[in-house]
Design a protein around this ligand. Structure first.
Ligand code: SAM
Length: 482
């Protein structure tokens, strides 16, 4: 029987089934213990050291108690603290990105994914380099600067060389004032050697969703193909870090298994990365299973309501305060609006989840990976974010300035975000407004930027940011950053 050990490199020891079950029992036993819940909430609250704001985070056991708690006033408090943490570390900025589907060839048998090998009624497609270029131009013309590339797992059709070639192509496209400045990668678990190659190709975050931490369910949901190997999949982030990638993104596909089990596993995974590599996950994504070709989400009987989804998001925010959180266009405008307040720091906009979808006039459905709930244009999403008090940010400065892994975390922890991320957000938003926005969005954005410039504490930084913004408006100079 495997024994729980967060420092172990063996999947069954750091994601230990017995420890998760004990955690769920502990959470059930304590979910009405108000005094204990108050002490956990107290621990989670941001506090000041000098000028800097700090947070303790929570252990997987503590966070699981909060998730199990059904007392309405306590849930309200959890939400309030989640908002405080969000504002303390990420402010009102929301980073924008778009997925780019390279290929839907796949040799796996994932039961929830339309790309599964046995699905014979979706056309299989893999972008040529010219098609990658065309997609990137379409994305640049919307205003995107940050992509997450996606591909099925297929060693013959999508070998690592193909992925590397696509990354090179993407970084090489400079259309008008456009530029893709950060390519995040969401491809199947691979070897240390391949992770090293991805790092050398200049990727931002390596993203891999665990799908489910429950081993038995995992094995059943992935009956065939290389992805069937639970241990290899679960240990992928350790190999990625060994290969030099220090920004990794975790995620669970909610709806496949019991959410409380997944939540405990997710936080344990974050604790494991911190314990072994000294740095937790850069991001956590919270996708829910969606309808897709050949896939009926009701076939998975663990779907979660919008209320539970919000509670999960807030509890993640309390547990891992320095980790960015991502929500995609799988979710509707209403759900996204609520979750943005509770801790989300990155959203996708105007996404097409099909291979080659950005170059087509009409949204194509035949090769879509899942149905998109939020179908607004990027201009509409940007405008909506500003209406709701957020600053859409197209910033990609950190990893290009070498602020990855623990260096990013220390920027976050030392309260330098207002002198660094904030002006970067305002300068990149100006780029978007000048180059791509509609008249209405532009006007709204300029007013917001004027107000937000005043919030930069350091006089010198504020002055430089103001000057750069004028330069962006009056010339073709781009890509200023702190
Ligand atoms: N093929 C890669 C892998 O195996 O990790 C990653 C790329 S896959 C295109 C990205 C993610 O989409 C998967 O990890 C899965 O969580 C999610 N996904 C698959 N089917 C989905 C569905 N029906 N609804 C929502 N998300 C889905």
């Amino acid at each position: 029987m495997a024994v729980y050990n967060p420092k172990s490199l063996k999947a069954e020891e750091f994601i230990n089934d017995e420890e998760i079950r004990a955690t769920l029992k502990y959470a059930e036993e304590n979910k009405n213990n108000v005094e204990f819940i108050d002490s956990i909430l107290k621990k989670a609250r941001p506090y000041k050291i000098g000028n800097a704001t700090r947070c303790n985070g929570l252990t997987h056991r503590e966070a699981s108690v909060l998730l199990a708690c059904d007392i309405p006033e306590k849930i309200e408090e959890i939400y309030k603290i989640a908002e405080e943490i969000k504002l303390a570390f990420y402010g009102n900025r929301i980073v924008m990105f778009a997925p780019l589907y390279l290929s839907n060839y796949c040799v796996n048998g994932c039961l929830y994914c339309p790309y599964h090998m046995k699905n014979k009624h979706i056309p299989r497609k893999k972008l040529t380099q010219q098609e990658v270029r065309d997609e990137v131009i379409a994305l640049q013309d919307m205003g995107h600067k940050r992509l997450a590339i996606e591909a099925g797992e297929d060693p013959v059709n999508n070998p690592i060389e193909y992925i590397l070639e696509c990354i090179k192509t993407i970084y090489g496209v400079h259309h008008k004032n456009g530029d893709i400045r950060r390519v995040n990668v969401n491809i199947a678990a691979t070897t240390v050697e391949n992770y090293r190659k991805l790092k050398e190709a200049g990727i931002g975050t390596y993203i891999l969703f665990q799908e489910t931490y429950h081993k038995q369910s995992y094995l059943e949901l992935h009956p065939t193909g290389p992805k069937h190997d639970y241990d290899y999949h679960t240990e992928a982030m350790d190999r990625a870090m060994e290969g030099g990638i220090d920004d990794v993104g975790l995620g669970v596909l909610f709806g496949l298994e019991m959410y409380k089990y997944e939540f405990a596993g997710l936080i344990m995974h974050a604790e494991h990365l911190e314990a072994v590599h000294g740095v937790g996950p850069h991001t956590i994504s919270v996708p829910r299973v969606k309808h897709a070709d050949d896939i009926d989400p009701s076939a998975f009987d663990n779907s979660i309501s919008d209320e539970i989804f919000a509670k999960i998001t807030a509890c993640i925010r309390l547990a891992v305060p320095y980790t960015g959180m991502i929500i995609s266009t799988r979710e509707s405008e209403e759900v996204r609006e609520k979750l943005l307040r509770l801790g989300i720091s990155q959203v996708s906009g105007a996404s097409r989840t099909s291979v080659g979808g950005y170059t087509q006039q009409e949204r194509p459905h035949d090769t879509e990976q899942f149905d998109v709930s939020d179908q607004r244009t990027l201009d509409e999403v940007v405008s909506w974010l500003m209406d709701n008090g957020h600053i859409p940010s197209f910033c990609t400065a950190c990893y290009r300035e070498g602020r990855t892994g623990d260096r990013f975390m220390s920027l976050c922890k030392n309260g330098q975000i207002l002198n660094c991320c904030h002006p970067n957000a305002l300068m990149t938003l100006t780029e978007f407004l000048v180059d791509y926005a509609s008249e209405g969005t532009r006007k709204k954005g300029y007013m917001l930027i004027e107000e937000e410039l005043e919030k930069i504490p350091n006089d010198k930084v504020r002055e430089i940011a103001r000057r750069n913004i004028e330069d962006i408006k009056n010339s073709n100079k781009r890509d200023f950053r702190f």
